[in-house]
Design a protein around this ligand. Structure first.
Ligand code: ZN
Length: 340
């Protein structure tokens, strides 16, 4: 038996490409040089993941600065000069966000060029991540549509067009990132999952959704302190998610207060089990990774388990991320062996 491995999404950028150890570090290159640099950085991570034995690899999001705005930069109808201060994730923190001022349109593909480059340079299964409709709408102000849901529906259609184009190029998995789900659990159940399915409609490749309690930034850490010892928010929308057409759910299990038994509610899904804590610089041992996978296997069918990181690793030191990925693979191998 083997167990598949992947990563949730972002990886650190090399020091010559962007400001290091920042969530949204500024680029150090411009125009054509920037794209060439991004390609080189992505290629380095592709080769690293291949050599380490990661099964479903990614570009480490080397082509974007911000996981939502990187997608929105090429969408028409958004005014980047009209910044609005908005409470994010149900007022967990305020942020300056761009404003939708006109009908949203995607004239060109956002990620095709970079994805083509990556696919040319690997024979492994390749995963691309896109922001989910609900999370996009929690990161941008609405100055045009009659409701947030209506704006989210427009984004879902735009995401779908992008996803279908990326699928045609040959990507193995398309993952939508929806960290906003756990801040709006009721809305996630009422329309978030439905719009996720609009974004994924017609796709024959694997589809995934990443949900999470956010990066280790202060606002998130303070918020997490208010959630009690057991984080059961997922119970509100897991039944809806389990009935959806999305194939995989990615969530944090390392150093997380999510009680693992909630995973029983996702019995029709493959689970990308977060075994690597991205908010800590301590390198997990393969045995620690094994322990989490073994615990999860009490609630999730073995064949539905894929070992993954808790979340994106963008703000970490480069060499720490490398070591953590090595532990992820080694721990997954230990777990697979225990089933032989
Ligand atoms: Zn995350």
């Amino acid at each position: 038996m083997t167990i598949k491995t992947t990563i949730a999404g972002s990886l650190p950028k090399p020091i010559w490409l962007a400001e290091p150890e920042k969530l949204w570090g500024e680029w150090k290159l411009k125009d054509t040089e920037l794209f060439i640099g991004q390609c080189e950085a992505a290629l380095n991570w592709i080769k690293f993941q291949e050599n380490t034995g990661v099964d479903i690899i990614s570009d480490g999001e080397q082509f974007r600065k911000h996981f939502v705005h990187g997608f929105l930069e090429l969408i028409h109808g958004i005014d980047w000069n009209k910044m609005t201060t908005m409470g994010i994730r149900n007022d967990r923190y305020d942020a300056e966000v761009p404003t939708v001022v006109n009908e949203l349109k995607r004239l060109n593909s956002v990620h095709s060029k970079s994805t083509e480059y990556c696919l040319k340079n690997t024979s492994k299964d390749f995963k691309i991540t896109l922001p989910g409709p609900m999370t996009i709408c929690d990161t941008i102000a609405n100055g045009f549509y009659s409701s947030r849901k209506e704006m989210a529906y427009e984004f879902a259609k735009i995401l779908n067009a992008e996803a279908l184009e990326l699928e045609k190029l040959g990507v193995h998995t398309i993952q939508f990132d929806e960290p906003a789900f756990n801040a709006f659990t009721k809305e996630a159940s009422e329309w978030g999952v439905e719009l996720l399915e609009v974004a994924a409609s017609g796709l024959k490749c694997k589809t995934a959704v990443h949900i999470c309690y956010g990066y280790g930034i202060k606002q998130n850490i303070d918020w997490k302190k208010t959630l009690g010892n057991e984080w059961k928010q997922y119970e509100d929308f897991f039944p809806t998610l389990n009935n959806s057409s999305i194939d995989q759910v990615s969530l944090e299990c390392a150093n997380s207060r999510v009680p693992l038994e909630v995973l029983k509610m996702l019995n029709s899904k493959e689970i990308l089990v977060g075994v690597i804590d991205v908010a800590s610089l301590k390198i997990e041992t393969p045995e620690e990774v094994f322990k989490i996978l073994n615990e999860v296997s009490k609630y999730v069918d073995y064949k539905n388990i894929i070992a993954c990181t808790n979340c994106g690793m963008a703000p970490m030191p480069y060499n720490i991320a490398e070591k953590k990925i090595k532990s992820l693979v080694a721990g997954a191998n230990l777990f697979a062996k225990s089933y032989n």
